[in-house]
Design a protein around this ligand. Structure first.
Ligand SMILES: [Zn+2]
Length: 233
């Protein structure tokens, strides 16, 4: 029997489906990733059009069973439409959605990861935080929510306080330059500082450079490649 339920979710992907419908990927707090059909959403008169755009965060009412769901209503919490006002923010916003989409699993809620993206978008749109520093913070919270806590302050091998360059390796995490092996990802002193307190980093090009390295780290740890910034850089 079909039942109606609520999912507080952010819309991460949209594809046209059949003649008038749209297929939505929703990353929800309660149920992990959900795919749902929005019937008639392509029609100009569709009342739920707003709910079928990427970045829409809202309370979606869904009906269905076994992975087959239909959107029957949505109450918008935030549209994040301000993200489109700046090209850099727009690309980074999509990269946040991509990171969430590729790490969240159907039926396995991870509200911390969903909220990391919602807060990240909020900080770009409303708090004037530099997009790449917001994204670095968001990725680190997503990693932490999956059990990968990167500590940029202490060497995970010898325990010293890191105050110079560092190295990341899958086996050891973040280690100081003295313990560092040759096959890891090298992180300069400035990159280490930037990733230790991402939001406080006011140097845009440093945040951007740190972001490239952090995405390499995410790839090595989770086997997740975030592609949509490659064209922006
Ligand atoms: Zn060390």
């Amino acid at each position: 029997m079909s039942e109606t339920f609520k999912a507080t979710a952010i819309c991460t992907r949209v594809v046209d489906y059949r003649e008038n419908d749209r297929l939505l990927e929703l990353c929800s707090l309660e149920h992990g990733k959900i795919t749902a059909v929005a019937r008639g959403a392509k029609k100009a008169s569709a009342k739920l059009k707003f709910a079928t755009s990427p970045f829409c965060f809202g309370d979606y009412m869904l009906i269905g069973t076994n992975g087959k769901y239909i959107v029957c209503d949505c109450v918008e919490i935030e549209s994040f439409s301000a993200i489109t006002e700046d090209l850099n923010s727009y690309y980074v916003g999509f990269a946040m959605l991509e990171a969430l989409s590729k790490t969240l699993i159907a039926g396995q809620p991870n509200s911390e990861a969903v909220l990391a993206v919602v807060r990240g978008l909020k900080s770009i749109c409303f708090d004037d935080i530099e997009p790449y520093s917001a994204f670095n913070n968001c990725l680190l919270v997503i990693l932490e929510s999956l059990g990968y806590n990167l500590d940029f302050s202490t060497c995970s091998s010898c325990g010293c306080v890191i105050d110079g360059d560092a190295v990341f390796s899958v086996a050891d995490g973040i280690i100081c330059e003295h313990c560092g092996s040759y096959d890891g990802i090298k992180l300069s002193r400035n990159i280490v500082k930037c990733l230790h307190h991402p939001i406080e980093c006011e140097d845009e090009s440093l945040s951007k450079m740190a972001n490239i390295l952090l995405r390499d780290i995410v790839y090595l740890m989770l086997n997740v490649k975030i592609n949509c910034l490659n064209t922006a850089l």
